[in-house]
Design a protein around this ligand. Sequence first.
Ligand code: F6R
Length: 624
Amino acid sequence: MSHTPAEQFEKISSVIFPSAADAAAALAREVRALIEAKNAAGKPAVLGMATGSTPVPFYRELIRLHTEEGLSFKNVITFNLDEYFGLIRDHRESYFRFMQEQLFKHIDIPAENIHLPDGTIALDAVFDHCAAYERAIADVGGIDLQILGIGRTGHIGFNEPGSPKDSPTRLVPLDRITRQDAAADFLGEENVPRFAITMGVGTILRAKKIVLMAWGENKSEIVARAVEGEENEAVSASFLQSHANSRYFLNTAASSALTRVKLPWLVGRAEWTPQETRRAVCWLSTKEGKPILKLLDEEYNENGMAELLTRYGRAYELNIDIFNRQQHTISGWPGGKPRADDSNRPERALPFPKTCLVLVPEPQDDVVGMGGTIERLVSQGHEVHIACLASGDLRVTDAEALRFARVLSETAEIDHARWAEALRFAAGIIEEIEAKGMFGDPQPRLRELKSLIRRGEARDAAQSMGVAANNVHFLDLSFYAEGRYRQFKLSTKDAARIGSLLDKLKPHQIYLTGDLADPSSVQGMAFASFRQAWSERTTAPWRANCRIWLYRGHQKEFEPHEIEMAVPMSPDQLARKLSAAQKFQTHTLTENLDGSRNKHIAELYDALGMAEYEAIEVFRRWME
Ligand code: F6R
């Protein structure tokens, strides 16, 4: 494998694309070339397929090549990586059904060419079934191109940490993190199967060519470990290091922890932009374990930053400059401080008060990411609106809906005449849940009840941050209301809904998240919808006066050099934020529930030599 100096730490060739769509299109072109070459040779093309969010844009591109450009899959044979154990093929979350819906039913692949492990096999027949799966792959001459995603545990297929390099197709238990990641699909972690049948690492490595795709900042750390770390069982995806023809296809967000992106001055010349300079100095401070103002000339010289030092003259000048810039991010006035000099503050003093709009992709993103800041904005006199974009009903269990329906139906019994309608509604829900069982598809009525439950929680949480119920908006974006996890499709209706709220409120500040998320996630979809609405309003007079601040709910926290506004919190404020987060009872994010993320940022600021706070919430500005 040939390397540029910048890629010297990378043990797997990694291609960074501007977006997931670009990467998916490039991979689809390779698949097309493979199919055409195999056709010309009179042989089938054998593809190894993956499920999950990651390949969704790739499958959509294959469908486009088929429908618009006539690419035929008649001569393609597929083998999927894995299947949940114990799920029938028709189960909403079976990988069989996923593949049908995402790809197979839209192309002309013959049914007999499709292979997936069978999740319904009896336990004592699993061993033979797995051996037969391996044989079937060998019988068609092996896999020409294996497509992979990567789990947060570094798994490929369901080869969780500890899977041996030569492992074959087999039954495996699923890791806790993997089960948590699948909890939304299964309406609760307790419903996620505990086992799966997966191709082994050995099976995967026998493919002639392998491409692993990863999108979004949440994958960046594990990607960097797999690409730059030791090849070992702790990260199955690192085993691709010893494969002769394997590549990682990344979007910029997923590549952000690779050394060439994160610490470019260690592997060649960095472009010393103000942002990069701040990044390098904060990194050096953390590495040396001392505050910025104590960094020495020789420490810069020894860490690839001699050129930077030359520009500034002395460490002292550089230290002061970065210290001031980092210090100026701190503000207890996220809406701007009225009647104060704002030249060194993150937000303008005027206009005051401001209209602030917090866009929330999924319930609780706002509280987890910026609950303390919302409370401050309200208490400092700003008009704060919260707009919940997706209802979040897909995360509410049937048991929870049943509880509400029963309460409703029992209430109805108190005054039967007035409540007849409600009683019918509740009875219908109870009947439906009983009839559909744990895994049936919910009808719109049930999803509606679940969204109402989540609305109640969002309103309670907003209220405990001081936001009036009238200022909480529920947009129920249709990508979510009409979709399912990993299968969401953008709809222009959604940009229109967000747009009309923007036109109505004419906000001076918008807070949102999801810019670097996996594009198929709720946050990624919500961001894309917002972006469309925003770009359709270039001439709106209010837009010139509106600042957009990014927060992090679900996503990876900002690094110190990325932060442009740091809002400190006292112990009391942190406690209030955490109690607001507890209003979400039917589903709660696992991130930051104890405020550890906010405490960690405060510790970082302290270590850099700023002030010592209890906790901090952080933001970055978004420029189109
Ligand atoms: C899917 C599979 C898994 C996923 C991985 C990433 O068949 O085997 O390894 O590729 O869990 O999942 P997503 O793409 O949903 O982030």
